[in-house]
Write a protein that binds this ligand. Structure first.
Ligand code: ATP
Ligand code: MG
Length: 254
């Protein structure tokens, strides 16, 4: 079944302070949606809330995957429904190789049928080739001594291996050199199909030149203030965000 994600009137608070106040968004398999917006506007809050981070309290609204509300579910239950989150600041886990970490992640999606080791290695090798990652990467300890770009590639490798139905990529492009942006974008494009929908949170129009979004949404004042096609990202690059506050929603202008 083609995946569908529907965020309805989502209100989220952190320590009783409301950050999101009525976000509406629908993503179907095969679609790329870019979420843009000024610093501190709640983009990462939206991503963490989708994954079920306990700090983020949903006070109103729903997050539906294939019509099922996932609010209240634990992160692993969400992952089993096909949700994947690549974080803005990936954490280091000490003493775990990248390959073992990925195998654990794959098997946690269906613990009752662990993937045979050889089959996993075949899958991993194939995806590493696809993303132009050198073979010894899998033997390296997870994120230890990884450069910024290597961490990002590792996240895309995770996505490739896990084959999620809905992927949320929070600033996957920050700190990448131009070749790495192309590799990451190429990875997303190769994986994209009817069976995967993607939310890309970004500040830069640059990655959107390579992963062309079907829709661009601007998060402002805790809501989606404006939605449009890819041309909206070009317009932001040229004009910044102030015009949205005044033209699109005068209530947001201070
Ligand atoms: N764990 C937290 N504890 C306290 N405040 C938080 C926490 N996470 C986010 N906030 C606050 O919520 C607001 C939204 O933050 P968020 O990280 O979602 O913004 P963002 O749109 O991702 O910004 P950026 O573009 O800088 O990544 C900010 O005012 C931030 O300080
Ligand atoms: Mg953020």
């Amino acid at each position: 079944m083609r995946p569908s994600l529907e965020i309805r009137d989502l209100h989220v608070s952190i320590d009783d302070k409301e950050i999101l106040s009525g976000v509406n968004l629908t993503i179907q398999g095969g679609e790329v949606h870019a979420i843009m917006g000024p610093n501190g506007t709640g983009k990462s809050t939206l991503a963490s809330t989708m994954m079920g981070h306990p700090r983020y309290q949903v006070t109103q609204g729903e997050i539906l995957i294939d019509g099922e509300n996932i609010v209240g579910m634990k992160p692993d239950e969400r992952a089993r429904r096909g949700l994947f989150l690549a974080m803005q600041y990936p954490q280091e886990l000490s003493g775990v190789t990248t390959g073992n970490f990925l195998r654990t992640a794959v098997n946690s999606l269906h613990p009752e049928h662990p993937m045979p080791v050889l089959q996993f290695h075949k899958l991993l090798t194939e995806k590493m080739k696809l993303l132009d990652i050198e073979p010894n990467f899998a033997q390296r300890y997870l994120n230890e001594g990884f450069s910024g770009g290597e961490k990002k590639r590792n996240e895309i490798l995770q996505m490739a291996v896990l084959a999620p139905r809905l992927a949320v990529l929070d600033e996957i492009d920050s700190g990448l050199d131009i070749d790495a942006v192309k590799i990451v974008a190429n990875g997303v494009n190769t994986l994209l199909g009817e069976n995967m929908g993607v939310m890309i949170i970004t500040h830069y129009e640059r990655i959107l030149r390579y992963v062309r979004p079907h829709f661009v949404h601007i998060l402002l004042g805790g809501k989606v203030a404006v939605s449009g096609g890819p041309e909206l990202a070009d317009e932001l690059e040229a004009r910044g965000y102030d015009w949205i506050k005044t033209e699109a929603d005068p209530a947001l202008a201070e």
